[in-house]
Design a protein around this ligand. Structure first.
Ligand SMILES: Cc1cc2nc3c(=O)[nH]c(=O)nc-3n(C[C@H](O)[C@H](O)[C@H](O)COP(=O)(O)OP(=O)(O)OC[C@H]3O[C@@H](n4cnc5c(N)ncnc54)[C@H](O)[C@@H]3O)c2cc1C
Length: 379
């Protein structure tokens, strides 16, 4: 029988709302007013900006204070994240480390790993990549073929990772590999390692250009690449449980419906106070969808704050959110004013070029729909 999913209405508490003005003032002081902004978390790698955010205490906000974290709530983190994305701030450098590498280390890492990595991430000095996908393993992640075999003092990695965003710029990558041959249980025998992308022998990072001409993702090849025992993350063989929890963090934030947001802002600016009826209808419809998605997304933040693991709810918000952020440039294109200015045109072009990737990264829509169906008891 089908089960319902509940999205309890959540109001952001005053201490979270209070941060909004601080972030807006910081962005206004730090970024040039007319620079092309898109609100896609995956574009805009700016180490200096990340260090400035770190100095403000806006990285690792929910992490324990003993590592330099803010000890703050998921709601406070939500407001800072939302404001940075809405402003089109260049958040890519620290994004993965803040969103998922740090949390996965807090949950599964050794004390030595936490003490070494977390303060550096929090200061905006240490950036991470995700090493999950491979040439023949994307949706079916348990089929990864990269191996790690144990040697004196560590492990030798062999295989290839693909679509590794930022690996040519970032310092480390948490990677999923097979440490035991695959048996009947495909999820057994997988492990995670923290790989040093800057100082490892036997590791090659090859950038891949995307259709927009950017060089954001890479192929990462391991040929007898040595990783010391201290960089095994969690328990050998427990990689599936760990990577699944990491994907929960990866799918739960406002970045899964805000990627095209700047284009809506530019449309409203371009049509001015007296829109045509079709323009007013389009803006009203998009704003209605946006508000609903935001309410659902804040409800997911509430689940995280209450220590729940909202895997299915996060998948649902990501699936609906990806629909919205892909539909937005198509709707805007139809009602765009003929005399719209340069910034509007650039934002539209940029969003249209990147939109195909929104529903692929972080898990494709077919995979998410399968998870949602299972969560609803329909499969
Ligand atoms: C911009 C971008 C950045 C990325 N960054 C990273 C990164 O940093 N690190 C990383 O590890 N990966 C990254 N990826 C890879 C991403 O996670 C994969 O592209 C995604 O998981 C899909 O895997 P695939 O490309 O191998 O496609 P496939 O898994 O081969 O899927 C191809 C198509 O088949 C469908 N399909 C597959 N299996 C099923 C099924 N069982 N039922 C129904 N339909 C199915 C899929 O939905 C899809 O439409 C990135 C991708 C993009 C686009």
């Amino acid at each position: 029988m089908a089960q319902a999913l509940a999205f309890e209405p959540v109001r952001l508490p005053p201490e979270a709302e209070a941060l909004r003005a601080d972030v807006r003032a910081f962005v206004a002081d730090t970024l040039a007013p007319d620079f092309l902004r898109n609100s896609d978390f995956g574009s805009g790698h700016d180490a200096e900006f990340s260090r400035a955010l770190g100095a403000r205490g806006w990285i690792g906000m929910t992490w324990p204070e003993r590592y330099g974290g803010g000890g703050r709530s998921f709601f406070e983190r939500y407001v800072v994240t939302e404001e940075l994305l809405a402003a089109g701030a260049p958040v890519e450098a620290h994004w993965i480390a803040d969103r998922q590498s740090g949390p996965v280390m807090l949950r599964y890492g050794t004390e030595a790993q936490r003490e070494f990595f977390l303060p550096r991430i929090i200061r905006g000095e240490c950036f991470f990549s995700i090493g999950m996908s491979e040439p023949d393993s994307g949706s079916d992640l348990a089929s990864v073929r990269t191996t790690a075999s144990q040697v004196q003092g560590g492990w030798l990695l062999n295989g290839t990772k693909l679509w590794t965003s930022g690996a040519h710029r970032n310092h480390y990558m948490i990677t999923l590999v097979r440490t035991e041959p695959q048996g009947d249980n495909r999820h057994a025998g997988l492990s995670q390692f923290i790989v040093d992308l800057k100082n490892s022998d036997g590791l090659t990072v090859r950038p891949i250009a995307n259709m927009a001409g950017d060089r954001d993702f890479n192929e990462v090849v391991f040929e007898d690449c040595f990783v010391p025992d201290e960089h095994l993350l969690g328990t050998a063989g427990n990689g599936w449980e760990q990577v699944t929890s990491e994907l929960g963090y990866e799918r739960s934030g406002p970045e899964r419906f805000l990627s095209s947001f700047r284009l809506l802002v530019e449309l409203i600016r371009a049509v001015g106070p007296d829109p045509e009826p079709a323009q007013a209808a389009a803006i009203g419809r998009l704003a209605g969808h946006l508000v609903t998605l935001r309410n659902m997304s804040i409800s997911v933040a509430g689940m995280l704050q209450s220590n729940h693991n909202p895997v299915v709810e996060a998948a649902l918000v990501k699936e609906l959110g990806n629909n919205f952020e892909k539909e937005l440039p198509e709707v805007v294109r139809l009602v765009a004013p003929a005399n719209a200015g340069r910034l509007f045109r650039l934002t539209l072009e940029d969003t249209l070029l990147h939109a195909p990737s929104f529903s692929l990264r972080g898990g494709t829509r077919e995979i998410l729909r399968g998870m949602i169906a299972r969560g609803l008891g329909l499969r």
